[in-house]
Design a protein. Structure first.
Length: 373
């Protein structure tokens, strides 16, 4: 690793004059970055050092704004000189240069990014809450506009879906619980399992297409694209609330219902994380919607929603986050007690991690959406 010494710099008109000594002479290059975004702006000409002393003249753009200059050997950029420069009203000012280690800078940036990873998604959702509410309302109303049933289909769709599954598994196949052989007992068991699945599957199934559906926002308008997957999550939650109203009408209101928010929050985090990932990937992989539909179908039948859990499949179901939600909902509605705290804790951790990774993935890929659409 090259070592710098006797580093000094000062402004000369519109250029930065940099002097330093290096223990391994070779070819030196410099690059210009935007310090606020880290975006690369310009690369200068390479200079070959015959000895250990260097004297460079680095031009800075005339446009007002902050700039970061990085000077390093071309062969090894693990260690470099960093200079913060500012142009204001045509006058160049610089801060004292410092020698940085690239690995240490990456570690520091990673540690600084951890708190931002929790704050930025929530801040974006909160600052655009009115826009999200407006678009969700428009999406729900427009989904069945022009049909004879109109917005009534918003209620009929989940009702007919749940009625179909109950008829097949509860009436035709006569699936029953061990402790309750009545059809009503299985109905409550089935509805409690369907509630989280309704909201999750509806949002995730639509997410690969959402950016393509609003492609005009990508190309022509400065728009918070990260809110589009959030709209799907809120619309899916609305469908779940309809199913919840049906369940409460059939089963009554249990005292353990106070635990429902502890299940809803990680459920929403898990769903929006998947939606951010799939909506960004769907721009580049146009077949992702069909693949997602197949995976969701398999996921549904691998989760004991329409049938009774079997200990034989416990190793296969152990890593299924939807099963934790299903068990939690059944604990609240069927057994009238709190969900398993161990499962709930793991669900919160996995859901929060999924949301953070999903937002970072979406934020990283969104810069290239306009090039692909």
């Amino acid at each position: 690793m090259d070592r710098f010494s006797a580093v000094e710099a000062h402004a000369e008109g519109a250029t930065v004059r940099l002097r330093f000594e290096i223990d391994q002479p070779g070819i030196i290059g410099w690059q210009l970055y935007d310090p606020s975004t880290g975006a690369f702006l310009q690369e200068g000409e390479w200079s070959e050092l015959r000895g250990s002393a260097a004297d460079l003249q680095i031009p800075v753009p005339a446009e007002d704004g902050p700039y970061q200059i990085q000077v390093a050997p071309v062969a090894d950029r693990a260690r470099y000189i960093s200079i913060q420069a500012t142009v204001e009203s045509g006058k160049l000012e610089i801060a004292p240069p410092c020698v940085l280690d690239a690995a240490s800078v990456r570690r520091e940036r990673f540690l600084q990014a951890i708190p931002r990873a929790f704050v930025y998604p929530m801040r974006s959702i909160w600052s655009n809450r009115r826009l999200i509410g407006s678009m969700v309302k428009r999406d729900i109303l427009a989904r069945y506009r022009g049909s004879l049933g109109g917005t009534l289909w918003t209620l009929l769709n989940p009702l007919l879906l749940m009625a179909t599954y109950f008829f097949v598994f509860g009436i035709v196949m006569k699936t029953r619980l061990a402790g309750d052989t009545s059809s009503r007992g299985f109905l409550v068991y089935f509805l409690a399992g369907m509630l989280p699945w309704l909201a999750f599957s509806e949002a995730v199934a639509r997410s690969p297409f959402v950016i393509l559906e609003y492609r005009s926002f990508v190309k022509k308008v400065v728009f918070p694209l990260e809110t589009l997957p959030v709209n799907l999550v809120i619309a899916g939650l609305f469908t779940e609330l309809i199913g919840l109203a049906i369940l409460l009408a059939v089963h009554g209101v249990p005292l353990a219902l106070v635990w429902l928010p502890a299940l809803l929050v990680p459920q929403l985090l898990l769903t929006v994380g998947f939606c951010w990932i799939l909506s960004a990937a769907g721009v580049f992989v146009r077949d992702l919607g069909q693949i997602t539909g197949f995976v969701l179908t398999a996921w549904f039948f691998l989760t004991p929603i329409c049938y009774v859990e079997s200990p034989e499949f416990e190793p296969l179901l152990r890593f299924n986050p939807i099963l934790v939600l299903v068990r939690g909902y059944r604990a609240v509605f069927l057994e009238n007690h709190a969900p398993s705290l161990q499962g709930l804790t793991m669900l919160w951790i996995v859901s929060a991690a999924t949301a953070i990774v999903g937002y970072a993935w979406f934020h990283r890929l969104r810069k290239t959406f306009a090039d692909v659409i």
